[in-house]
Design a protein around this ligand. Structure first.
Ligand SMILES: Nc1ncnc2c1ncn2[C@@H]1O[C@H](COP(=O)(O)OP(=O)(O)OP(=O)(O)O)[C@@H](O)[C@H]1O
Ligand code: SF4
Ligand SMILES: [Mg+2]
Length: 375
């Protein structure tokens, strides 16, 4: 990786304020009677040098959130700030300028479909640079540089997407993003189509890019196990609403939202809450008592109410995201970042929030029900 690539991104990431702030964003897609609210009051903060995992089952709105950040979906209400600038308000030339800066790069969910099969890898990685009017020699140098950063040899730039493997295609997608010298990478399901060795390679690569370039990275996934050991924070989305947001280790150890616990139960390589028998059984209980697809929750009710075995009358009103009670919260990134990392300048204390009226009570209740069922 050249010094130039390193300097640009690392220098840009040293400010002690969030790089990305999404506040109370709503998104409605479709028209007329087909219109549906896909995101509702979504707020998300990403600090310089932070890796945030965004998880949720299919259709929960993960891709829509990423598309909203890059301006491909228009928020209805709320705002998106990038490095202090409200980019969701930019229009026309200002919007085009912001996009052309390349500061935010979205790596699309399906690398094969997002790479033009008729272009060479070199053309794909260098396309954005050519549009920006860079001289051919500089484009070529930056293409080689970006390919090297993802572990691909320069000769590969003469091949087409159909002539390389799935793992290499994913690396080309990342190289295309890196060539723009981004500060924030939004990776939409970067490893879901890959085998175990390619998955590990890509995840290690992303972590390395964060460390060497100071990049902020959002990794979208429906598989929590791919985030363990790489993400600093995990944000859980359910039907367009964030239901839990906290340090990855703490959320994985003791999720405070029943839906997070359910997701973890579906992730074979993530341990059940606490790793204790009661915790596992509480998840088992959850799995038995929930069904998907579930009917939509009543208007205004907790978004998970129709599936939740712990719902009470109060759940007829959607709970706001509130700090987890009685938890000592680790600073974001404290577990995996070097002290010199830009994220070490992040918030003085971390946060862990959950949108559940019964954030502590449901776990005790689940254990009690399980104990009764065992007798
Ligand atoms: N253009 C559109 N018009 C109407 N509804 C849409 C449109 N695009 C997406 N949706 C709906 O918005 C919801 C969220 O879709 P989105 O692609 O953001 O989900 P996702 O969490 O990324 O799912 P997956 O894990 O399957 O990729 C889904 O119910 C989807 O059907
Ligand atoms: S608020 Fe109620 S319905 Fe919603 S997750 Fe919590 S207990 Fe379940
Ligand atoms: Mg998606």
């Amino acid at each position: 990786m050249t010094a130039e690539l390193t300097e640009t991104t690392a220098a840009a990431a040293t400010k002690a304020r969030p790089l990305l702030e999404v506040s109370d964003v709503g998104v409605v897609l479709g028209n007329g009677w087909r219109a549906s609210r896909v995101l509702d009051e979504v707020s998300l903060t990403v600090w310089p040098g932070e890796i945030v995992g965004l998880v949720g089952e299919t259709g929960s709105g993960k891709t829509t959130l990423a598309r909203t950040v890059v301006g491909l979906a228009r928020p209805r209400g709320g705002r998106v700030l990038f490095d202090g600038t409200e980019i969701s308000r930019l229009r026309g030339a200002a919007r085009r300028r912001e996009r052309r800066s390349g500061h935010i790069q979205l790596i699309f969910q399906d690398p094969l479909r997002s790479l033009d099969p008729d272009l060479t890898v070199g053309d794909i990685v260098g396309e954005g640079l050519k549009i920006r009017g860079l001289p051919a020699a500089e484009v070529d140098a930056r293409v080689v540089d970006a390919l090297a950063a993802v572990g691909l040899v320069p000769a590969l730039r003469h091949r087409q997407p159909g002539q390389i493997s799935g793992g290499q295609r994913q690396r080309v997608s990342i190289a295309r993003a890196l060539a723009a010298k981004p500060r924030l990478l939004l990776c939409d399901e970067p490893v879901s189509a890959l085998d175990a060795s390619n998955r590990n390679y890509i995840l290690r690569l992303l972590a390395g890019l964060r460390d060497s370039l100071g990049l902020s990275i959002v990794i979208i996934s429906h598989d929590l196990s791919s985030l363990a050991g790489i993400a600093d924070r995990v944000v859980v989305l359910y039907r367009g609403r964030i239901v839990e947001d906290g340090p990855v280790e703490q959320v994985f150890t003791a999720p405070r939202h029943p839906y997070t616990a359910l997701l973890m139960a579906s992730a074979p390589r993530v341990e059940a809450p606490g790793g204790d028998p009661d915790g596992e059984l509480s998840v088992h209980q959850l799995r038995r008592t929930t069904a998907d697809p579930a009917p939509p929750a009543s208007p205004g009710a907790c978004v998970f109410a129709a599936r939740c075995p712990f719902a009470v009358d109060a759940c007829a009103v959607q709970p706001p995201l509130a700090p987890v009670s009685g938890a000592v919260v680790a600073r974001p990134a404290a577990s995996s970042l070097a002290a010199s990392s830009p994220a070490a300048d992040g918030p003085a204390d971390g946060h862990w929030t959950v949108a559940c009226h019964r954030q502590s009570a449901w776990q005790a209740l689940a254990r009690a029900r399980t104990a009764t069922a065992r007798r």
